[in-house]
Design a protein around this ligand. Structure first.
Ligand code: NAD
Length: 355
């Protein structure tokens, strides 16, 4: 089991170090190799995704990624900015399925802005298609309008498009994920207005015939946005396109109130994946030893589950995380009165001890 470890910038190095300690504590035959990515790679090699890093990622079964970015790079040409490394990895590894679980641990119910009864026990999985939709559709650009409401005026345009194979493969991913959970999929679209998403709905419905044991329903994206804050526990697996998924996965993440707790995975057709916390490099707290490593540790658990076929080890990590929360240990971002504030290192050590 070969893991490419790419800590990146800011708190990335601090949180990935703790996840690596947790992985080592499992005593499984991992081969881990570390490489530079993001701003630190730009400083060292003049590019945020150097050839050697990309090669390592391609050869590995999975990539454990910290975070990239710092405001000091915001003036660089776009292709050289740290965030381009993630896009480059997605493209080169063919990562088309993004998994974002939103789980509300009972000890952290108070961190949510929703009422405890709405959120306690929440466990939903948002699956976002990652390589198509209006983000990548061609043509796009600026031009002078020849028709529309203001002919002759400058305008900008993008193209929303999805092909049948793109929809089919993400639908399969969603149905298969639902089989490991409570066997319900909600497909989110805008079929009432958009041709692309009427097609999406038709194809998802066709694919569902191969999964008679999984219940499928469809929901318009505007309603889904409402239901996520009204009754989020009604959902199990939610599958949607790139644009809607971008927005809804952030909304769902915030239901739990604690960004330092949220893992994510991006997978390709052969289950090779990139695993990273849902948050960024947090330059405001980097180097202070206070970042929450749990999102990264839980991302490592997802890596064991989805890319390395080590379900038991994944569950061991998840149970250990629940135990340290039950012990009242909290990093600053999830601290509340009556709990014990710990550093990044102490939190990592507590998870290792619980394992
Ligand atoms: P951010 O997620 O880095 O931080 C937002 C806020 O949450 C900050 O106050 C930060 O201190 C806090 N926070 C984030 N993770 C935390 C953790 N593990 N523990 C405790 N607190 C945590 O978002 P931002 O500030 O908008 O962006 C900072 C940089 O990160 C930017 O350069 C941005 O481009 C980059 N970024 C990278 C990724 C990625 O690598 N996938 C994702 C988002 C943003």
């Amino acid at each position: 089991m070969k893991i490419a470890v790419l800590p990146g910038d800011g708190i990335g190095t601090e949180i990935v170090a703790e996840a690596v300690k947790v992985l080592n504590a499992l005593d499984l035959p991992f081969e881990m190799e570390t490489a530079l990515v993001g701003g630190v790679a730009y400083e060292a090699y003049g590019h945020p995704l150097p050839e050697a890093t990309l090669k390592l990622a391609k050869e590995a079964d999975a990539v454990l990624f910290g975070a990239v970015g710092d405001w000091k790079y915001d003036t660089l040409d776009r292709p050289l900015r740290p965030e381009q490394a993630i896009l480059g990895l997605r493209k080169n590894l063919g990562l088309f399925a993004n998994f974002r679980p939103a789980i509300c641990y009972k000890q952290l119910v108070g961190a949510s802005s929703l009422k405890p009864e709405l959120i306690a026990g929440l466990d939903i999985l948002i699956i976002r298609e990652l390589t198509g939709d209006i983000y990548f559709g061609q043509p796009r650009g600026r031009r002078v309008a020849t028709d529309g409401h203001f002919p002759g005026a400058q305008e900008a345009f993008d193209t929303m498009r999805y092909s049948r194979p793109e929809i089919e493969r993400i639908a399969h991913v969603a149905f298969q994920a639902a089989r490991k959970r409570s066997k319900r999929v909600t497909s989110v679209d805008k079929a009432n207005v958009l041709e692309t998403f009427q097609f999406w709905r038709d194809v998802v419905t066709e694919v569902s015939l191969q999964y008679p044991d999984v219940e499928l329903d469809h929901m318009y994206v505007d309603n889904a946005a409402m239901q996520l804050v009204r009754a989020p526990k009604k959902f199990d697996v939610l599958v949607t396109g790139n644009l809607f998924g971008d927005i809804l996965s952030d909304e769902a993440a915030m239901l739990t109130g604690s960004i330092g707790m949220l893992p994510s995975a991006s997978l390709n057709a052969s289950n090779q994946g990139l695993y990273e916390p849902s948050h960024g490099s947090a330059p405001d707290i980097a180097g202070k030893g206070i970042a929450n490593p749990l999102a990264t540790i839980l991302s490592a658990a997802m890596m064991l589950r989805f890319s390395l076929n080590q379900e038991a080890a994944a569950q061991r990590i998840e149970t250990a995380v629940k135990q340290v929360l039950a012990q009242g240990l909290r990093t600053a971002d999830i601290f509340s009165e009556g709990t014990t504030r710990v550093s990044t290192l102490e939190m990592g050590a507590a998870v290792v001890k619980a394992l």
